[in-house]
Design a protein around this ligand. Structure first.
Ligand code: COA
Length: 274
């Protein structure tokens, strides 16, 4: 496994670590002293990591987690974005809101599945990343909150939009309007995570799920991700059109021919991603 811990300069810690093993990339938010708060450099690094992963055919699935014992992420870096707020609405939207919305939208629409492994606190932006991800597992030590209201502001990384779509308007608003913390089991009940697992088994469980997906055709995986996620934000007629378009794109592919042939020949398919 390749796991660099520092940026290429070797001087400052890399805010988002990358390790690749068996077609699975693990990204680790790496500011444990700051509870992995998302400063601009961390968000930019995460975007750059995703750009590189997107075009790396050897990587089929991404796991995103947090360094240290306490947090997945305590959200947007309050000290840093306070500076943007002090510079006025234009600077605050440009530097803070657009950046946060861009990274959650990127995770939501990423053509390879992103599994968030919530290893601790997921407050604010940490919760919003979990909302945006197509799949998520939580440690039984995970703790969630939408605490922006306590700062006198609404969430800004998609947090007013996705949780209400995911869990329903009233359940989302009760959390958004109070900032109340909620447990991993409550997150499971809301549909925010797929499962809650004992803390020490979080990464193995994420790797097991990732492995089940990594063996599939990456074309079919991307088609399903696109059809489901785009379809959720459309009417059913447009969603069905998206589904048929995704299927039509796969019709001339090696992977579909191989999948069908393997079924006829009663053998395991070997998908090539083309
Ligand atoms: N932005 C910037 N720094 C943050 C941060 C954030 N969102 N969350 C935590 N940190 C920093 C703290 O400032 C502290 O750094 P310091 O030691 O240099 O002061 C370090 O991380 C540890 O956090 P601390 O507050 O000391 O831990 P705690 O156990 O007392 O409290 C929290 C944990 C999560 C309750 C508290 O850190 C918190 O309220 N964080 C902000 C959560 C939030 O509102 N997020 C949404 C932002 S839009």
């Amino acid at each position: 496994m390749h796991a660099p811990t520092h940026s290429t300069s070797g001087l400052s810690p890399d805010p988002v670590l990358l390790a690749v093993d068996g077609g699975i990339a693990t990204l680790t938010l790496n500011r444990p002293d700051k509870l992995n708060a998302l400063d601009y450099a961390t968000i930019d690094r995460l975007m750059a990591r995703l750009d590189a992963i997107e075009v790396d055919d050897a990587i089929r699935v991404v796991i995103l987690t947090g360094a240290g014992e306490r947090a997945f992420s305590a959200g947007g870096d309050i000290r840093e974005f306070s500076g943007s707020v002090a510079r006025g609405a234009n600077a605050a939207v440009r530097d803070f809101v657009r950046r946060g919305q861009a990274v959650t939208a990127r995770i939501e629409a990423f053509p390879k599945p992103v599994i968030v492994a919530v290893n601790g606190l997921a407050f604010g932006g940490g919760c919003e990343i979990t909302e945006a991800a197509p799949l998520a597992l939580a440690s039984d030590r995970a703790l969630f909150a939408k605490p922006e209201i306590l700062l006198g502001m609404p969430p800004t990384f998609g947090g007013t939009q996705r949780l209400a779509r995911l869990a329903g308007r009233k359940k989302a608003l009760a959390l958004l309007l109070t900032g109340t913390r909620f447990t991993a089991d409550q997150a499971l009940a809301l549909g925010l995570v797929n499962a809650v697992v004992p803390h020490d088994t979080l990464i193995p469980a994420a790797r097991e799920l990732a492995g089940l997906i990594a063996r599939q055709s990456p074309l079919a995986v991307a088609a399903i991700l696109a059809a489901v996620t785009r379809g959720l934000n459309m009417g059913i007629a447009e969603g069905l059109l998206a589904e048929s378009e995704q299927f039509a794109r796969l019709v001339p592919s090696h992977d579909l021919a191989e999948g069908l042939a393997a079924w006829r020949e009663r053998r395991e398919p070997v998908f090539a991603g083309r």
